[in-house]
Ligand binder design. Structure first.
Ligand SMILES: Cc1ncc(COP(=O)(O)O)c(C=O)c1O
Length: 425
C-alpha cells in the first residue's frame, strides 16, 4: 500500500498536469507512464536520451483545433507549423487528422512530401528562400507560397511560367523585423501592389504571425484588425493566415489560453472585421506537439558541492534541447523510476556537453536522483528534436511514438557511423 499511497501523492505532479502528455500517470510500479508506456521500459528498449511522443495527445490537440473551428465557421484550414517537430511520422499523423502543413525551408518541404502530403495543402514560408527552394516548391506543386520580400517577389515571378497563388507576409508588430513587409512604413501596401502587377503571382491573401509562446489573446484581435484595413482595397483577400503562436505549459505555473478560446479570437475576430469573410488559416506548432513530447535521459554523475548545489548530469543536454540555453526556458523534471516518491532533493540538471552553460534546469526538486535513474523533462515535444545538433559528436536521439502501451520507433538514433557518413575522404 505504501507504493500506492506515494503514487497518489504524486497525482498532482503528473496526472492532470498541463505539462505532461494527456493520459500520463504514475503506474503501479511507481514509474512514469506516457501514452500507456512505462518510460523506464522505453528507455531500456530504445536507449537514452529518447524523445517520446504520446500519439493520442497530438491527435487530441489537432481535433481540438478542428472542432473549435467547426463550431464557428466552415471555411478554415489548420496548418501544422512543422518547424516545431519536423518528423515524418508527425507530418503523416497531422495529415491523417485533416491538417495542412506549413514548411519553412526546402528541407521541411522535402520531409512533408516524403510523408506523402498533398502538395496543394502545403504552405511555404521563409524570409530568404533560395531560387533552388522556390523551384523545388513550384515543381512539387506547392499550393501557396508566402512572399516575404521584394526580392523574392521578383525572383519568384522570374522563375514562373504559369500563375501561382501567393500570400503576402505582413509584419504587424513593428518595423524592425527580418520577416515580412511592415504595415506602418507602407511596405505591406507596396508589396501588395507589386505582387498584383507581377506577371505570374496571384495574390490570394495575407499572412501574419505575431510571435510564439503567446499567452494573451488580445494582440491577435489587434493584428486581425490591422490586416482588415490593409485588405480593404480593390482586390479580394480570400485567405487570411493568422499564424501560430499559442503558448504551452512548460511548468505547472504556466497557464496558456485554451485552444478553443484561441480559435475563437481568431475565427470570430476575422468574421467581425472582414467583409467578405476570407478563409481563416492558423499555423500552430508548439501547441500541437509541445506537451505531447517528453525526453528521457539516464542520470550519470551526481556531483554534490557542499553548501553550493548538487549537479545531476544526464546523457544529453543542449544537443537535444537548446531552449534553456537559447531562451533561458524553464522546464520541470521527474525521476521516472521514482515517480511515486515525493521529490526530496534540490538539484540542477546538467547536460553532458563541454559548455558550463549546458544546464537543462537550475534548481528543481527531484526524488533521490541517483546514477542509472531515468530522468524525464516534460514539454519537450516542440523545438527540441527540431533544433537538435551533433555538438560534441553526440548522435541525435531517436523518436518513439507511444500509444495504448505500444512504443513504436519512428526515427532511429543516429550512429557514430552517421557522424562520419558525409565525409568525402
Ligand atoms: C510563420 C510562422 N508560423 C507559425 C509558427 C509556429 O509558431 P508556434 O510554434 O508558436 O505555434 C512560426 C514559429 O516561429 C512561424 O514563424
Amino acid at each position: 500500500m505504501a507504493g500506492h499511497m506515494s503514487a497518489t501523492s504524486e497525482t498532482s505532479i503528473v496526472e492532470g498536469s498541463p505539462v505532461y502528455p494527456l493520459g500520463s500517470r504514475v503506474n503501479e510500479r511507481g514509474h512514469l507512464e506516457v501514452g500507456g508506456c512505462d518510460v523506464v521500459e522505453v528507455a531500456a528498449e530504445f536507449g537514452t536520451p529518447v524523445y517520446m511522443y504520446a500519439e493520442d495527445d497530438i491527435r487530441a490537440r489537432a481535433r481540438a483545433y478542428l472542432d473549435a473551428f467547426r463550431a464557428r465557421t466552415e471555411d478554415f484550414e489548420v496548418l501544422y507549423a512543422s518547424k516545431a517537430a519536423p518528423v515524418t511520422a508527425i507530418y503523416r499523423l497531422c495529415a491523417e487528422q485533416g491538417l495542412s502543413v506549413d514548411v519553412a525551408s526546402g528541407g521541411e518541404l522535402h520531409m512533408a512530401l516524403r510523408a506523402g502530403l498533398d502538395p496543394t495543402r502545403i504552405y511555404m514560408h521563409g524570409n530568404n528562400k533560395t531560387e533552388a527552394e522556390l523551384r523545388y516548391a513550384l515543381e512539387a506543386g506547392v499550393g501557396h507560397l508566402i512572399v516575404d520580400s521584394f526580392g523574392e517577389i521578383a525572383r519568384l515571378d522570374a522563375v514562373l511560367d504559369r500563375s501561382q497563388d501567393v500570400l503576402s507576409y505582413v509584419q504587424t508588430g513593428g518595423l524592425d523585423s527580418k520577416f515580412g513587409f511592415g504595415l506602418e512604413d507602407g511596405l505591406a501596401a507596396r508589396a501588395i501592389a507589386e505582387v498584383r502587377s507581377s506577371r505570374h503571382l496571384r495574390l490570394v491573401g495575407l499572412h501574419a504571425h505575431i510571435g510564439s509562446q503567446i499567452f494573451e489573446l488580445e494582440p491577435y484581435a489587434a493584428a486581425i484588425k490591422a490586416l482588415a484595413e490593409l485588405a480593404d482595397g480593390e482586390w479580394e483577400c480570400r485567405i487570411l493566415n493568422v499564424g501560430g503562436g499559442l503558448g504551452v505549459a512548460y511548468t505547472s505555473a504556466d497557464q496558456p489560453p485554451s485552444i478553443d478560446s484561441y480559435v475563437d479570437v481568431k475565427a470570430r475576430g476575422v468574421q467581425r472585421v472582414f467583409d467578405p469573410v476570407p478563409r481563416v488559416l492558423i499555423e500552430p506548432g508548439r501547441s500541437l506537439v509541445g506537451n505531447a513530447g517528453v525526453t528521457a535521459y539516464e542520470i550519470g554523475t551526481v556531483k554534490e558541492i557542499p553548501s553550493v548545489r548538487t549537479y545531476v548530469s544526464v546523457d544529453g543536454g543542449m544537443s537535444d534541447n537548446l531552449r534553456p540555453m537559447l531562451y533561458g526556458s524553464r522546464y520541470e523534471a521527474i525521476v521516472a523510476n521514482r515517480a511515486g516518491q515525493a521529490p526530496d532533493r534540490l538539484a540542477t540538471v546538467a547536460g553532458m556537453h563541454c559548455e558550463s552553460g549546458d544546464i537543462l534546469i537550475t534548481d528543481v526538486m527531484l526524488a533521490g536522483p541517483s546514477p542509472g535513474d531515468i530522468l524525464v523533462t516534460p514539454a519537450t515535444g516542440a523545438y527540441g528534436y527540431a533544433m537538435a545538433s551533433n555538438y560534441n559528436g553526440v548522435p541525435r536521439p531517436p523518436v518513439v511514438f507511444c500509444k495504448g502501451g505500444d512504443a513504436r520507433l519512428v526515427v532511429r538514433r543516429e550512429t557514430y557511423e552517421d557522424l562520419t557518413g558525409r565525409d568525402v575522404e
